[in-house]
Each structure stands twice: as C-alpha cells, then as structure tokens.
Design a protein around this ligand. Structure first.
Ligand code: ATP
Ligand code: MG
Ligand code: MG
Length: 348
C-alpha cells in the first residue's frame, strides 16, 4: 500500500487521514506539536519543525506523495520534494501571502476588493485617503479565523489599528458591502480534469466561520457561474493538484474574491455526508491520480455548524438529535474561538 504524507496535524489532516484510510492508504503526519489530533487516526507521525529541512527530506523519502493541510509553511524547505508535493509549491507561495494572492487573482481576471500594500502608518493613512472608509488591515502572512486583522471605520482609528496588527507588513483593503458570503471548492487533477461541489453560503461571526448552508440563497446562486470561472482560472494558472477553495463576497458588482486556500476547507465539511464524494476523499483521489468521484448532493441540501470553544459542551444533545452527524476533533482544551468540532444535518 502507498503512504500519504500530510504536513500539519490539525482537524483537516485528521479528516484527510480518515478518507485516505478508507481508500486503503496509510498517512504519515508531519507537525511540530506534541500530539496533534490527526495522529489519533494516522499510522505514522514525525514531530519536527516545519522549517527543518533534513526532517522534511527524510519525511519525503518515507512517503509516496506529500500534501499539506495548512498554508503557513516555509516554501523553500519543501521545494526539494519536487513533484511529490501536491498541490505544488506555487499554490502554497501564492496563497500564504495576501499581497501575492491578490495580485495573482487580479492577473487571472478575478475581482478583488480595492487594496494597497502597507508597510508603515504613513502608508496606512495614504490608503485611507485613496480607498476611503471603511477599510480593513490584514497582515500579509499567518492570519486565520480573523486573526491579524483590524478595521478602520474612522480616520482616528488608523493608528490603533496599525499597532494592533503589530505593525507587520500588511494589506489595506476596502470593506466590501456584501449581500452574502460563499465559497467555491474545486478539485483539480494533474491532467486538467476538475470537479466542483455546490457552493455553500457561509456565515461568519467575529471573523470565524459559524455555518455553511447548501444550497445557497438565490442571491448567491446568481453569481456562482462567474465565481466558478474565476476559481477555475486560478486553479489552472497555479497548476493546482488537489482541492482549492476560493472564498467570495456576493456584491452588487458580482462575485469578489476574498481569499484562496490551497486545501480542503471548513466551508466544505458538509460534503462528508452531504455529497456523494467528500472534499477529503476527492483531495486524496486527485493527489493520488485516482479518478474523480461524483460531487452531487446526497440529499437535497445540508447545513454545517461549527462547534467553537464552549459549543463543545452541547455534544450530548447534538448526538441525540436524529440524523445529526457529529464530528469531534479530539483537540483537548476548548479555548474560546477554537474550532473543536462540527455538526452536519443533511436534508432528505
Ligand atoms: P480564514 O479562517 O477563512 O482563513 P482569515 O483570517 O483569513 O479567515 P478573512 O477570510 O480575510 O480572514 O476574513 C474573515 C471574515 O471577515 C470574512 O469572511 C468576512 O466576513 C470579513 N471580511 C474580511 N475582509 C473583508 C472585507 N474586505 N470586506 C468585508 N468583510 C470582510
Ligand atoms: Mg484565510
Ligand atoms: Mg477567510
């Protein structure tokens, strides 16, 4: 049997490992933490820093293909993996930096919010002048779940916002007055084949995804064709192999790309029970060169709710609910804002 290497041992690595096991593969997790939750279900574990070149090289030799569930990785030490790395280094490099990400999306013909790079408070003020208000500052790197972001709604908030993101290299982007948020998840194969799932409409609170619903509202449905075209252009330009997620705002002017993730995504967790083939299985199929699985809905729709922090306490009621598919990640301490699990209801 073949072994799949997964860099990052969080819940996405865990769900990828479950899908891989079902297809007969073993997984080898690479992660710097002590007992990341993916290691509960994976066959092998290497504990080492993400930038440990020698450890990555040995890891690469011990597996047949390497993928990642996390994009905040140094690209350079991974380059030695060559074609074994799927998706490749380009997908990782573009997606992990909001500056290169936005330039790349624009080059692919996608629409993004008006934006500027900002390296100093003076440049933040200049961005306020050029873009108007409100704007949001986002660190170029390492942000997730709304971390590393600060809104500026009035001119006198600029200084505090810049300080609160620790004066890191950042982008300033216009606040988008959106009617809804949604995501396009595409899986792409080396030979150019690709597949989409229905697009989920996504609700966030405090920068964190709370709920994904399929099918989406009519407002979103009207923008999906254009959004899929943009996602496909991006995937092709990256030469992407595996699952790629593109987050959108449904605006008055059409779909606006918020950001991309070169991986399976929280807004696709509903596919585990709500679609014929889940995003996790499809990612394994794509990186292992197996044929695409069908992506149709298994019922008439699905709703996925995240269990964040103390929401975990609700699990006894949730597992008692008929038809509720409860997923607990086994992550230990249920700190506020931490994704601890999710629950999906499939509509018959
Ligand atoms: P993720 O966990 O999805 O990677 P992230 O930390 O990268 O999150 P973003 O996706 O950039 O954060 O932003 C989180 C949420 O904040 C968005 O889904 C949206 O609700 C809101 N938001 C971000 N940027 C904008 C914007 N320019 N205009 C309006 N809302 C925004
Ligand atoms: Mg992000
Ligand atoms: Mg996001």
């Amino acid at each position: 049997g073949s072994t799949i290497g997964i860099i990052g041992g969080g819940q996405l690595g865990r769900m990828l490992s479950v899908a891989a096991a079902q297809l007969g593969y073993k997984c080898h997790i690479f992660d710097p933490h002590d007992a990341p939750c993916a290691t509960d279900v994976a066959a092998h574990f290497t504990r080492a820093a993400f930038n440990d070149r020698e450890a990555i090289e040995r890891f690469g030799q011990s597996v047949d293909v390497v993928t990642y569930e996390f994009e905040n990785l140094a690209v350079e030490p991974l380059q030695g993996l060559g074609d074994k790395l799927r998706p490749g280094a380009k997908s990782l490099a573009v997606a992990q930096d909001r500056g290169s990400e936005k330039s790349f999306i624009e080059k692919c013909g996608g629409r993004v919010a008006s934006w500027r790079e900002v390296l100093s408070l003076e440049e933040v003020h200049a961005a306020v002048g050029e873009l108007g208000l409100p704007i949001v500052l986002k660190t170029r790197r390492y942000g997730y779940d709304g971390k590393g972001q600060a809104w500026i709604r009035a001119v006198d908030e600029a200084e505090e916002a810049w300080k609160s993101i620790s004066e890191e290299p950042a982008v300033a982007e216009s606040g988008v007055d959106f009617a809804a948020e949604f995501s396009v998840i595409i899986a792409r194969w080396q030979d150019g084949r690709y597949a989409f799932w229905d697009s989920a409409e996504n609700e966030h609170r405090d920068g964190i995804l709370r709920r994904s619903t399929v099918p989406s509202s009519e407002t979103v449905a009207l923008q999906i064709a254009e959004a899929r075209e943009a996602a496909l252009q991006i995937a092709e330009a990256l030469g992407h192999i595996g699952v790629l997620t593109v987050e959108f705002f449904a605006s008055e002017n059409g779909p606006v790309v918020n950001e991309i993730a070169p991986r399976v995504h929280n807004s696709g967790h509903w596919t585990i029970e709500g679609a014929i083939t889940s995003q996790f299985e499809q990612h394994i199929r794509a990186i292992c060169d197996l044929p695409p699985g069908a992506t149709d809905l298994s019922g008439s729709g699905a709703v996925m709710d995240n269990l964040i922090g103390g929401d975990l306490d609700r699990w006894p009621q949730l597992v008692a609910e008929e038809g509720a598919h409860v997923h607990i990640y086994g992550k230990g301490e249920a700190r506020p804002g931490r994704k601890m699990g999710h629950v999906t209801l499939v509509r018959r």
